[in-house]
Design a protein around this ligand. Structure first.
Ligand SMILES: NC(=O)c1ccc[n+]([C@@H]2O[C@H](COP(=O)([O-])OP(=O)(O)OC[C@H]3O[C@@H](n4cnc5c(N)ncnc54)[C@H](O)[C@@H]3O)[C@@H](O)[C@H]2O)c1
Length: 325
């Protein structure tokens, strides 16, 4: 467990020894963030609105830890002790009673987030820091609805938090330097790499790059007549990306991409030129890997790689389909 020293930060008595974290929301991201925090030694309370959701989340965490133990990455004893550091609780006041840091991971709906923060603000101790895992919503706008905007920050983990190394840290206009430092230290302590997004811009850093890229890949297909696998192969083998853009979009999910598109476009029309395909796929519930079909089709729920190749990339470039590479 690490200690963070604050010079002249009276409300933390110049030092906070971060031990207790509450994660609000036990869905796709929340259960993973709870797991990585418990793995780093924190006492974690996992909170959701129904016991059934928490039961499912705890099952997933157990499955994931047992798998790590079976693979020899951790011992079974370590897996059990990490699991025992996570306590599922439905009652909000009880869930945040001892919290020093609350990480909020509820659905990406502004009105819901504001409602959750109003409830949280009323029951959490005055020194408790609130960190939102929002992908696209403005940090300053949420912060301004609570009594402690200087203790509010964005902390954007990527999916799945257990595997993805990068975490964006996004201060709002009033976030204190101490809270920025503490959040970055926390990210380091859970063995992730933090990147500071100095301005609270729509999409922060990664989605501001990635989401327009998905739309642009659709425009490239319209303009060139190249196929998805050709474009993805060129992106992977000629640009050196770990995955193709359509492939990554399917992994991310069209619901996530659609939501990010709407939020970013709403706040800054210059960031993105939405391509109609994304809207159509979202409406048709072609959500990607999770629904069995997105840009590509998938045969089962397990993660499947798309057949991309260097040859496909080469032939698309040789035939002048993709001249930008
Ligand atoms: N899924 C992704 O790929 C991804 C990646 C990065 C960030 N995010 C962000 O993380 C957040 C959560 O996304 P998700 O995909 O995990 O959503 P999800 O729908 O899988 O999980 C959200 C959970 O929050 C719970 N919840 C609702 N109201 C609550 C409340 N008042 N208190 C506690 N829990 C409550 C829901 O019951 C649900 O279990 C969103 O802001 C999203 O933008 C998602």
């Amino acid at each position: 467990m690490f200690k963070i020293h604050y010079k002249g930060y009276a409300s933390f008595e110049n030092m906070i020894n971060l031990k207790n974290i509450t994660v609000l929301g036990s869905g796709i991201m929340g259960h993973g963030i709870a797991q990585v925090s418990a793995t780093a030694g924190y006492n974690v309370i996992l909170r959701d609105i129904e016991q059934g959701f928490l039961d499912k989340a705890m099952e997933k965490i157990k499955w994931s830890l047992d798998k790590l133990a079976t693979k020899g990455k951790i011992s079974q004893q370590e897996a059990d002790s990490i699991y025992s550091r996570i306590t599922p609780i439905v009652n909000l006041a009880e869930a945040v009673k001892n919290a020093q840091l609350v990480i909020e991971v509820v659905p990406e709906i502004m009105e819901l987030k504001k409602k959750v923060y109003a409830e949280l603000d009323a029951v959490a101790g005055k020194d408790v820091i609130f960190a939102s895992n929002t992908s696209t919503l403005p940090i300053t706008e949420i912060a301004n609805t609570i009594s402690r905007p200087e203790k509010f920050i964005g902390i954007h983990f990527f999916n799945p938090p257990q595997l993805m190394k990068l975490v964006e840290v996004i201060p709002g206009e009033k976030t204190s330097q101490e809270v920025i430092d503490l959040t970055q230290e926390y990210v380091k302590s859970v063995k992730k790499e933090s990147v500071l997004c100095r301005r609270d811009v729509p999409g922060f850093i990664i989605n501001r790059l990635f989401i327009p890229m998905v739309h642009e890949a659709c425009y490239v297909m319209d303009r060139t007549g190249a196929t998805m696998t050709e474009i993805d192969s060129a992106v992977k083998f000629k640009l050196g990306f770990p995955m193709g853009i359509f492939e990554l979009a399917d992994f991310t999910g069209m619901d996530v991409i659609h939501k990010a598109t709407v939020e970013m476009h709403l706040r800054d029309k210059k960031v993105i030129l939405p391509h109609p395909t994304i809207e159509k796929m979202f409406d048709a519930k072609k959500l990607g890997q999770k629904s069995g079909e997105g840009f590509y089709k998938y045969s089962d729920e397990k993660y499947e790689r798309v057949p991309l190749s260097e040859e496909l990339a080469e032939s698309a470039i040789q035939s002048n389909l993709l001249q930008i590479f």
